[in-house]
Design a protein around this ligand. Structure first.
Ligand code: NAD
Length: 305
């Protein structure tokens, strides 16, 4: 069975790596946070002192990191004259497959893919959808960008952590598809929140209104799985004080990536731009660490007499 190096064992990476261990794979982890690393060794994973230490002996390297700068510096290293720091690309074997599951800008993904190709290595961008619950349950959706050969190889390990594995296209295509999806999700969440609030303001029961819209032409994922109005659905963040789930700060990051991509492709994205503005104000109002469905509260303020 494949030997895996897993770097970045946070809210998402931790449970993803745990599923690989449960499947019987040898997983060597590394994270800057010792507690995250301990959680992996407690369930039978191995630990390394550095990212390169974990990657050097692995057949497959998987990274799950916050942003593009972390991914670039870990893979490519820092060749700054007197302070050279090796990257993962400098230490892995010639047949090692490199998979980055972080949500980052497509340019960083393409830069790392090109640097890997220069060394004869295959790199796949494979951002995920499904959140922390999907990571724990092993039901994530992986959206991949890279060569056909690398995608076929990656599927064998991604299958262990996910339920849907898509090949969106070449390098960076996974990241583009992911931010298109999250831009649409933000618009759906905002639209659903304002429609539910208008119904409540006009005397409707949000549960009844949700049941109606779910099976009508306004039906969408937020009504089916993630209702933003407290009390309508059990076990979703809106019914738990908007704790857990997908943070407003991460949605702001993804909408920033979407706006950068729109600028560079000269795409018109007025709904995405408005969604970004509304989510930025929500984050600035002190809600950055809450679930993104808490945007509902911006509409649910009672009208003045
Ligand atoms: P997180 O902050 O919980 O985890 C990131 C981990 O990376 C942390 O444990 C941190 O210590 C570690 N790290 C940072 N720099 C490092 C380095 N140089 N070397 C080793 N470890 C390092 O974040 P998360 O929620 O797990 O998200 C990770 C990625 O997944 C992000 O790109 C995010 O946008 C994406 N994502 C998150 C969700 C979600 O619901 N949380 C859903 C889909 C995608």
């Amino acid at each position: 069975m494949a030997t895996v190096a897993f770097i970045g064992l946070g809210n998402m990476g931790g449970p993803m790596a745990a599923n690989l261990v449960k499947a019987g794979m040898t997983v060597t982890g590394f994270d800057l946070n010792p507690a995250a690393l301990k959680a992996l060794t407690d369930i039978g994973g191995l630990s390394a002192n550095t990212a390169c230490g974990a990657a050097a002996a692995a057949d497959i390297v998987i990274t799950m990191l916050p942003a593009g700068k972390h991914v670039r510096s870990l893979y490519i290293g820092n060749n700054s004259g007197n302070n050279d720091q090796k990257g993962i690309l400098d230490v892995v074997g010639k047949d090692t497959l490199l998979i980055d599951c972080s949500t980052i800008d497509a340019d960083s993904a393409r830069t790392v893919a090109a640097a890997a190709a220069d060394k004869g290595l295959e790199f796949i961008d494979a951002p995920v959808s499904g959140g922390t619950a999907g990571a724990a349950a092993g039901t994530l959706t992986f959206i991949c960008g890279g060569s056909d050969k690398a995608f076929e190889q990656a599927k064998t390990v991604l299958d262990v952590m996910g339920a849907n594995i898509f090949h969106a296209g070449g390098a960076g295509a996974g990241q583009i598809a992911k931010i298109c999806n999250n831009m649409l999700l933000s618009v759906l969440m905002l639209g659903t929140s304002e429609a539910l609030s208008m119904g409540i303001d006009n005397g409707l029961d949000p549960k009844v209104l949700s049941d109606i819209m779910k099976v009508s032409s306004g039906g969408n994922w937020t009504l089916d799985k993630y209702n933003p109005c407290p009390g309508v659905m059990d076990a979703v963040p809106s019914s738990k004080g908007y704790q857990g789930g997908f943070m407003v700060d991460l949605m702001v990051k993804d909408l920033g990536l979407a706006m950068d991509a729109a600028l560079s492709s000269q795409s018109s994205t007025p709904m995405g731009a408005l969604a970004r503005s509304l989510y930025v104000s929500h984050a600035k109002g002190g809600h950055g660490k809450r679930d993104f469905s808490s945007i509902f509260e911006q509409f649910a303020v009672p009208a003045n007499d």
